[in-house]
Ligand binder design. Structure first.
Ligand code: G3I
Length: 384
């Protein structure tokens, strides 16, 4: 989306929003999706079938706050393709119906990933059969949801600089069987299966100002450049943005330049999995919530300055259900407080920070002048 397009969207959206908000005033105060849409952005959250289908209170809150839903696990290989000749669309279909019924868009997550693979893949696939297996999966899954998905995370987490591949590529099973071309192949297959979906490359570790993430940004940028140069049907970069409340080492200028470079490749950008871990923060709720909220604000106020950013998805809506409880537990074993709503589904300071950024005029939707590519990619020599 160009600068003009997003601004136009804001202008056109504001009249409609005023009417919607006015109509809803008595019923319900504006929520994250309303504030986001006023800025021409879409806001939503990851959600799981197991939670949205069982917890009515949570589902009700979810549809109030969100305009887009990403199935957290239900479309992954393990769940949707449990046996070589068996697909299971039941949970994905339920989520799609839920989304459609409540006028939410749905994202697709994810068609190619090294993780959440069923055992049969590693046990039976080899370099002779890998291409057909991958094509069949993408055709079947993206084909099943053809025309109904806003955007697919076609390839997820293909970069791992510690694998010491010259281009920073992760040595995933797909890479081992098919080489680098598996990425392009996946995008082309997805475009054939669902020509209307936006096709995203999605990755983590692109946010902080340190050497490691600098290398990751460079490797991602090089990958995107290669894909675009080959005419691959790719439309966007997903920034997972799994952040930490204990790490505030952002460099707004560098991050902004990275996003401007991505945008200069004619790619959209979406924050796809935002959350802020509180693992190393003090117990005190007020202090903890404030530090988490500060990171939401710091990050989003920089990222949303880029006009090609089309939306923000948090990896969960409420602290009631978050992967961080299990994957990044606190040492004191107290419940984590990492998402916009608390366990009782009440807005926290993080929610307020997001609203503040969505309402802010401080992001101006302008492109910074691009510094020369060679300077920007100076550390690429370390990986290329
Ligand atoms: O559903 C089973 C349950 O039946 C069983 O009793 C339980 C015992 O461990 O496991 C449950 O499955 C777990 C599932 O989450 C649902 O909670 C899996 O073990 C666990 O591996 C799975 O973790 C998910 C992880 O991806 C791996 O697929 C997380 O929920 C999910 O939040 C996380 O999401 C990823 C994105 O897809 C990609 N980016 C990073 C992000 C966070 O890791």
């Amino acid at each position: 989306m160009s600068k003009i397009t997003r601004r136009k969207a804001i202008y056109l959206g504001s009249t409609a929003l005023a009417a919607t908000v006015a109509a809803k005033t008595l019923a319900q105060p504006p929520t994250l999706k309303d504030y986001a849409s006023k800025k021409g952005l879409i806001y939503g959250s990851a959600g799981a079938y197991s939670k949205l289908s069982q917890d009515q209170e949570f589902a009700d809150r979810f549809i109030q706050e969100c305009a887009i839903l990403t199935p957290e696990n239900d479309l992954k290989w393990k769940h949707i393709h449990p046996q070589p000749n068996q697909y299971n669309f039941s949970r994905g279909d339920w989520l799609l119906k839920f989304a459609q019924h409540h006028r939410l868009k749905m994202r697709g997550h994810t068609l190619v990933w090294h993780s959440a693979l069923p055992n049969w893949v590693k046990e039976t696939v080899n370099s002779q059969t890998a291409e057909a297996t991958l094509r069949d999966h993408i055709n079947t899954v993206a084909g099943h949801y053809r025309g109904k998905i806003h955007s697919w995370d076609v390839v997820n987490e293909a970069i791992l600089v510690e694998n010491e591949h010259p281009l920073g590529l992760r040595k995933t099973p797909w890479f081992e069987w098919l080489g680098e071309d598996y990425i392009e192949l996946a995008f082309r297959a997805a475009a054939e299966a669902d020509p209307n979906a936006l096709l995203f490359y999605n990755d983590y570790g692109l946010d902080y100002d340190n050497n490691y993430e600098e290398k990751r940004r460079n490797a991602v940028l090089k990958l995107l450049e290669r894909l675009k140069a080959k005419g691959t049907p790719i439309h966007g970069l997903g920034l997972q943005a799994h952040l930490s409340g204990a790490n505030t080492r952002f460099n707004a200028e560098k991050l902004r330049q990275f996003l401007a470079y991505v945008a200069s490749l004619d790619l959209k950008i979406m924050v796809t999995e935002l959350d802020v871990a509180d693992q190393r923060l003090p117990y005190d709720h007020l202090e903890r919530d404030q530090r988490v909220a500060d990171v939401y604000e710091m990050y989003l106020s920089t990222v949303l300055d880029e006009p090609n950013v089309i939306g923000v998805v948090t990896w969960g809506l409420s602290d009631r259900y978050t992967w961080l409880s299990g994957f990044r537990p606190r040492e004191d074993k107290k419940p984590v407080r990492v998402l916009p709503l608390d366990q009782e589904l009440k807005p926290k300071l993080a929610w307020e920070s997001m609203v503040k950024v969505f309402q802010s005029d401080s992001f101006v939707l302008t492109k910074p002048p691009l510094i020369p590519r060679s300077r920007f990619l100076s550390s690429i020599s370390e990986i290329a």
